[in-house]
Design a protein around this ligand. Structure first.
Ligand SMILES: C[S@@+](CC[C@H](N)C(=O)[O-])C[C@H]1O[C@@H](n2cnc3c(N)ncnc32)[C@H](O)[C@@H]1O
Length: 272
């Protein structure tokens, strides 16, 4: 631009360029505000994920100085950028959708936040060869055909302390006492609404073919505990802050434990 262009015209031209770039990268799932321009102002869930985050932001450590964060299924990077703003030393956002990674890289660039975004599926997190102080696993579980395997992989390969978890929940929000064991002929408890249930979506739910399994509350909490994550707090209906604990589950079921990593592609599968 020539030197004699008034500053307000320069700002207007920059805003136009930003609007064009945001439009080029549409559709957006995350409604971000990039220099005041909203990326998804008509989101079906409202001002998402800001409205969601408002319900639990104070439950996440306010100061992440020196901490490392992995955001699995980062989408356009809303939570990754929020954690960087809290001082995290390193934030890695991964998503298997290259479109989301392009959005996230663009948004972090506009915001001037040094966040690392990589196209990577949750099934390949073993290839990272790194454990993180905080793992964010928000809004992904129900999009996976193998949800427990995802939690197992997180526990084994990338988590070492905190897990911030969210899943869509449907069915009862109640909790009931579960006995450590039941007689084979006792069956009524399976029909209790608050018994842990994972609803399988064979066709579509909300017109989204990637919605596979939707837990009720009891099931979401049981899956977390069963995968080695103790629930520290439940600040919002679907959100949990958990702490990693050692698990010896795999000693009894070594056959399903993924062994090979991408960084070691020559290693053959071994059962234990
Ligand atoms: C509902 S969005 C949630 C985005 C964000 N975590 C949030 O809570 O706002 C689900 C995200 O998970 C990503 N995703 C789905 N399957 C995945 C997989 N196998 N590996 C990594 N990311 C995945 C999708 O591309 C999408 O960005």
């Amino acid at each position: 631009m020539p030197n004699d262009v008034p500053p307000e015209d320069i700002r207007e031209a920059e805003t136009d360029t930003l609007r064009t770039k945001i439009a080029d990268l549409s559709p957006w799932f995350h409604n971000l505000r990039l220099h005041g321009i909203e990326t998804a102002p008509s989101h079906f869930l409202g001002d998402y994920p800001s409205v969601k985050f408002a319900g639990f932001r104070s439950s996440v450590p306010a100061d992440l100085t020196g901490k490392t964060v992995l955001d699995i299924g980062c989408n356009a990077g809303f939570y990754s950028m929020e954690m960087k703003r809290r001082g995290a030393e390193r934030v890695l956002g991964i998503d298997d959708d290259p479109h989301c990674i392009a959005q996230a890289r663009f948004a972090a660039g506009v915001e001037g936040l040094p966040v690392d975004f990589r196209q990577l599926s949750i099934w390949d997190i073993g290839a990272l060869g790194e454990k993180f102080d905080l793992v964010i696993f928000m809004g992904v579980l129900y999009h996976l055909r193998h949800p427990l395997l995802a939690l197992d992989l997180i526990h084994e390969h990338v988590a070492k302390d905190l897990l911030l978890f969210q899943s869509m929940q449907r069915g009862s929000a109640g909790l009931m006492h579960i006995e450590p064991d039941y007689n084979f002929h006792e069956t009524e408890f399976f029909d209790e609404p608050a018994y842990p249930k994972l609803h399988f979506i064979e066709e579509l739910y909300s017109s989204d073919a990637t919605n596979w399994w939707v837990p009720n509350r009891a099931c979401a909490e049981a899956m977390l505990r069963s995968s080695g994550f103790d629930i520290l707090s439940h600040p919002e209906q679907e959100v949990y802050l958990c702490r990693w604990r050692p698990l010896d589950l795999w000693q009894s079921t070594p056959d399903v434990r993924p062994r090979r990593t991408l960084s070691d592609p020559e290693t053959p599968w071994s059962p234990a």
